[in-house]
Ligand binder design. Sequence first.
Ligand code: M6R
Length: 628
Amino acid sequence: MCGIVGYYGPQDPKDVIVSGLKRLEYRGYDSAGVAILNDGKFKVVRAPGKLGELQKKLETEKFNGALGIGHTRWATHGVPNERNAHPHKVNGVSLVHNGIIENYAQIKERLRKDGVEFSSDTDSELVAHLIARKVKDTKDLFKAVQQVLPELTGAYSILVVWEDQPDTMVAFKNGPPLIIGVGEKEAVIASDVQAIISHTKKVMYLEDFEVAKVQGNKIEIFSATGEPRKKEIHQIEWSAEQVEKAGFKHFMLKEIHEQPRAVANAIAPHIRLDSKTVQLKNVGFSVNSLDELAKVDSEKDALATAEKLKGIERIFIVACGTSNYAGMAGKYLLERIAKIPVECDIASEFRYREPVIPPRSLVLVISQSGETADTLAALRLAKQAGATTMSICNVRHSTIDRESHGHLYMNSGAEIGVASTKAFVSTLGILNVFSIYLGRLRQAISEQQEKEFVDALLAAPAQMEAVLAYDRFFAEASGRLKAFRGLLYMGRGINFPLALEGALKLKELAYMHAEGYAAGEMKHGPLALIDERMLIVMVAPHDNHYEKTVSNLEEARARGGKIISIGTGDDPALKGISDFYLSLPKASWTINPILEAIPLQLLAYHVADAMGHDVDQPRNLAKSVTVE
Ligand code: M6R
């Protein structure tokens, strides 16, 4: 959480930094600030609230230097106000920080004893003090950073500048990402490539305990102890257009509409259209690093993947939030198609519950950002336990992507709305692919069944297009829907995780009480919630649970609940007992969740919008949760 941008170059740093922060605002929006060189001094301008507040303050500000840093904050230590906004400036040293300094209390106590006075309640300011004290002796910012590094524990990425070296910025990290854009006579350092792509598509990824020194046009990377590091330069695949709203009111709405393409892009690399079979392409088991993955021999890698996965006897799927719900749907797919036992865990639970990971286990982590702290910790724990690991990420070269043994990609393109949408359906697409692949590998499905599953998957993007027509329905119905006291989402089987996902979307966007339940659990408690002010959203496609789900709906209706049901085709029975009936195209049980996601997302989006909420930046949240 928190977004960082630094710029050195011929353009106006104010413009570059503010436009970069705009693209990073999804990482936090409690306050924002910049420190930009002007007449040899770093002028700090900060404002509480969203970036717009800072922009107002900056309208009249002029800077004549070539260097600056900026920050958009998700508050950890200290309430969100101007005093706690970054950058923190101490004796000419200005610093921005993303993360948490865990030994903050000890450092503060030590500094306090030395008579230091603090101007904020943050842990970040302490690092500025430590560097400012060291630089007095070293007379060199890079050397001062090197000396401070061993004093810090926690997760952090930090960018720092010093007035006595007005052509230099130094970046270092342990945990949250920092990416260095290598331009023509310019350098941009940021938490995410989205803040870099308008300037250059050439980037370097800083690793933990590496220190980057940008001095004029020269970019150098060192280990924490000062050995120079040679870094590979990567080409960003996303385009600048992908991070614009393209005429939609919100990024989230744009991203909902991009979903058919996202699913097509996720599955395409792994499907052979001629034979309607699945082959996992370039998973990376034949190589040791992502740098090598770019040049992998596909045939050799396919053999290595089959070899690696053939002996797997159990799968653990580990993720957070929406990625976890995609993983839960994956459990149903993998168990039914590939006949392999699957456990699905919330990463923050998995990492601390001392899980028993038997030999021949595969730990599959799912993360759109590839930076979620708990998911990353779970991945590391699985590796320590000797498990084979794979990741499904959207952001390539993210930490989770880099650290996992095998790699599958969502290929959704940039997802900017804090509420995850297209990454969810892309993951469902990839989990379909993976289940079919393992099903064949384990001889749990026949060639004919493989073809049928692949056909169903290939039909999904066009079917999704049709479901997007519900955009208008929810835009019109949102006024009525927002009046309910709460919403209860229900489904059975693979539709149960969709009920959880629908409820999560509504909670995070509309701030309304919503619960997701397995429909069979209703009589065990939740039925008591139902009255005429409760809206029930029943996910009831035509599958092997249909009859039972309809009975559950009858029970809810008898208690006065109002009902939206999501079913298959023209379903007079379901329609007859629902206040609103939403029809999905007839699809395989494996594809239904991909279609169901769309009306659930649109419901949450339009209700939140009708309530006047900031859909792309819901309160108290950040897109990338890089602290636990
Ligand atoms: O980047 P990740 O997929 O690891 O993120 C996991 C969750 O933080 C994320 O899905 C979150 O729940 C979304 N805001 C939900 O819309």
